[in-house]
Design a protein around this ligand. Structure first.
Ligand SMILES: [Fe+2]
Length: 242
């Protein structure tokens, strides 16, 4: 079974369409979405519809819940807050109902799929440091979790003795007896210095993981953000991957 794992689309329809075309070429049989369909980009309803159509299932991100009043957005920075208010006003009643019904975490075939952390998904914490990674491994059931949220791809490994290692690698063959938390990066707003859309492919049979990067029509996504009246910095950052 070959999975395509997508996260953090953030209303960027051009990036999502490019990724969907690419994962077809990869022969992915199941598509999982790790949250943040909306927020920042100009096409929240369109992205949500396309994700609903193409993915097997989705979990909620903080922007998805934030846009429909299910999580506090007072800690969002001013730009993110402006975007989430804009998004909240434009969501269709159907989109709104769908976002409100999303779960925080899914476990399928022993694999955890979650936006933020496997142990406290609704607290929207990040896993950036060794202590954060150690806590996540201690509390996580199973050997493999896919996450998003930081928009930066990362492979974390946890050994039985508790030793954690962070790799900024783009591929890995998963070994028996080692646990993994893999951040698949962001489709719609990468922040690792590479502006191409990112998503993960996991081949269960060969235990092989690969991060894919897909060029897309960034200029059109930027023009839409500006003409929608969203903060201009949200357009600018797309060409920087920041
Ligand atoms: Fe996000």
């Amino acid at each position: 079974m070959k999975w395509a794992i997508l996260s953090d689309v953030h209303g960027n329809l051009e990036a999502l369409q490019a990724v969907i075309a690419d994962l077809r070429r990869e022969g992915a049989e199941r598509i999982a979405f790790l949250g943040d369909a909306v927020g920042y980009g100009a096409n929240p309803n369109e992205c949500l519809l396309l994700l609903r159509e193409r993915t097997e299932w989705m979990v909620a991100g903080n922007h998805d819940y934030g846009a429909v009043g299910l999580t506090d957005v007072s800690y969002f920075n001013p730009t993110a807050k402006a975007a989430i208010l804009w998004t909240g006003k434009r969501l269709s009643p159907e989109s709104r109902a769908y976002l409100r019904g999303l779960p925080l975490l899914r476990k399928v075939a022993g694999i955890t799929f979650v936006h933020a952390t496997p142990h406290a998904p609704g607290e929207w914490n990040y896993i950036f440091t060794f202590p954060e990674a150690e806590e996540a491994f201690r509390a996580m059931g199973g050997d493999l979790a896919f996450i998003g949220h930081s928009h930066s791809p990362l492979i974390l490994t946890g050994k039985r003795d508790g030793k954690v290692t962070l790799y900024e690698e783009e591929e890995a063959t998963l070994e028996q007896g080692i646990r993994y938390i893999i951040n698949v990066g962001s489709v719609g707003q990468p922040r690792d210095g590479n502006p191409n859309a990112a998503y993960g492919v996991y081949d269960e049979a060969g235990k092989k993981y690969l991060l894919k990067r897909v060029p897309y029509d960034i200029q059109t996504a930027q023009k839409k953000i500006i003409s929608a009246g969203l903060p201009r910095s949200l357009a600018q950052r797309l060409s920087e991957g920041a």
